[in-house]
Design a protein around this ligand. Sequence first.
Ligand code: GDP
Length: 482
Amino acid sequence: MSLLTDLAFEARNTARSVADYVTGTGLRLGVTGLSRAGKTVFITALVQALTTPGARLPVLRAAAEGRITRGVLQPQPDDAVPRFAVEDHLTALTLERRWPESTRRISEIRITIDYERRGGWRPGPASLTLDIVDYPGEWLLDLPLLGKSYAQWSAETLEASAAAARAPLAAAWRGHTALLGADPPASEDEARRCADLFTAYLRASRADLYALSTLPPGRFLMPGDLEGTPMLTFAPLPVAGPARPGSLAAMMERRYESYKALVVRPFFRDHFARLDRQIVLVDALSALNSGPAAVRDLQNAMTDVLQAYRAGRSSLLSTLFRPRIDRILFAATKADHLHHTSHDRLESILRLLVARAIAKAEDVGAKIDVIALAAVRATREAAVRDGRDALDAIVGTPLPGEVIDGQTFDGLAEAAIFPGDLPGDPKAALRGDGLALAEGENDYRFVRFRPPVPEAGPDGAAVLPHIRLDRALQFLLGDKLS
Ligand code: GDP
């Protein structure tokens, strides 16, 4: 794709954004986060909350003031982007009480929110068109590739894979690469073998046990619709100088360049650069539960992911792909796994965890906030008597097959668990003190709950309970509804 095409897109995007900004009628909200962070659940809950009368959103000012007339799902705005399957996800959550299928590729959904302006100089009815764009956070890691040649990327990736923590995971791939000899000829079978081994190494690095930073290419971990295509059938090779025509290195280089031109560049240009606001979901609790290495990894991954927002002023690339994002919300998800006394603590931990990423985003002039939320609250709170003490517990329905104290749950019975408190000092949490369990407590922190039984709204539609979803909405779009 040529620079001219990029510039033409850029001009059109700028015109569109300026028009939207002036009329205040359109907002493109990006929802991202690493795999399993909670994107699908968040978007489903957000759409449900904004389109269902009776949703409880007291902190969203327009809702609290009764100024939201209605929210309506609109036809898919973009022919080239799959629609976010909100109906399927809602059926899963509310009728079947199971968690929906997670994000695997980009998707989009549009709703319009009709509301009454707040008075001032132009009172009366108005409408906000909200486009929600869901995409894997892994894809943001690809931006730096645009500025790197195949040889550079290969050298860096090979070097990283030699580090002590990674070397055992990369052994099979590196061993195979070493056996190829100097400058082997192009071969589809060989390319596939290298790509498979390289992908296995990237996956192993991400696996919970090791939890190392995610490395690009992002599509190797989250291929979307590209699985098995030649664009994902390459791997780093040690190359010195220009690749010889007909060599495996030349084949890999061509595919690497195709990946950049046909996958990375269009994503940043057509989607990322058009976002107005962004929520970055972070499964901080899982990282805290997994220990300090996982926390460090998450911290690194968030900093890497957020590089995409920084947009070094000097580089043409970053000028082209810089989003006009004016607000970014970092959200620690699944806060319903904690008692409410720990919600603020989770927020402080996230604030510290993403401090480096925040500093970079603030550089761009974006307004930033941090929140702990549960888009869908699967638990409720209870005080459980233990002798003379009353202990803070959370109650929910463990997923079928969950085992607590030797009891296997069937997906119907409820359980009360004691989630423990997060440390008051966020630094202690990041050091690895994790959740401070009461002495002698079993470690219940990994219990997974089924989605809750929804309540019925005034027109019979399901209303899902949440924690602080309304606060997130106030930050992300409250000013557009004033
Ligand atoms: P994605 O990969 O970012 O799309 O992640 P999902 O939205 O599919 O969420 C991954 C999993 O996290 C779900 O299957 C749920 O088990 C869990 N989850 C996500 N959001 C919540 C929440 O608000 N509360 C609870 N209890 N679990 C959640």
